[in-house]
Design a protein around this ligand. Sequence first.
Ligand SMILES: [Zn+2]
Length: 334
Amino acid sequence: MDGNIQEREFGWTQSSKSEASAEEYDGDLDMENSSDEELELHAPLARHGPVVRANPEDLALQREYWNMCAIVFLLDYKKFSIRHLQHLINSAWKIRGNVMVVGRESYNYILHFDVLDDLTYICEEGPWAVEGALLVLERWRPNLVIMGLQLNFVSLWIQLHGLPLEYQYPELSMQMGHIIGLFERIDWDANLPRNIRFMCIRVRVDPWLPLLAGFMLRLDNGDTIWVQCRYERLHKLCTKCGLIGHIKAQCTYLMEDVEEILHRQRQRIQNQFHVQYGYDPMEPHYINEIKAFYNIPQRRNTQVRFGPLARDTGYRQRQFQHPNHKQPYKPETI
Ligand SMILES: [Zn+2]
């Protein structure tokens, strides 16, 4: 993941064209200063047009509505109709108020929420799964042009499976998180009993690059074992190319393309983290287990319900704890 993406505050940017014009904007000075003669002399065929402004009161009134909206990106090889998306949301999201699909521009949809708590919750806890597609949300913000929006990153919960018990401590998982993408937080509960099956981290990944399948963990006895990454809420994840949004049967990449993108992934990680790569020629790189809960079809729609959330969603409540201890965690009782 490159530095640009890590520094971004939002999951979205407008296309480079719009971005450039936003940066160059300096209060209409350029435009106001250009006289007709100047226009004729220097750039008669450059883009020009009458300057108009919106009435601030009108804008404020409009923004009251849009402030209750989220922009949705559906990361899928096919587009959903507004009606279909509305139907899926109505049947899977049992939240306090209504959610309405307001409109669509390409793969971007706008959702309007009646209740602010719903909007906040849905945006913070996403992405969600709808009919197996990944639904990524971001709150609306003023002056956003929907046309040309690009999805730069998506924050995913990733389970790390296969770690021996004494290797299940936050710092090692965080180290893996930094290699996967931009590490955000860890779901770690120091209380016992706790989950000993896997560690769980939230990482911001570039959705247009192949996902990291796992790690070769070198144990201190010299053995090397595989730590499998399992991505939550990802149902359409191609086990040929590792990209999100389609499955292997729908993959249009040639094998040499896949080899090339995986080669670039290795190069990027090796250059950035100076790690060695381990290989196991007997095992395929991407396997179905890269999708958490891949064999449970009802998870293809994330059930959202306010109240005692953990039980209904099947996702236990996250602790959001950052480990601030420097010593390895030692259980006091077994
Ligand atoms: Zn593919």
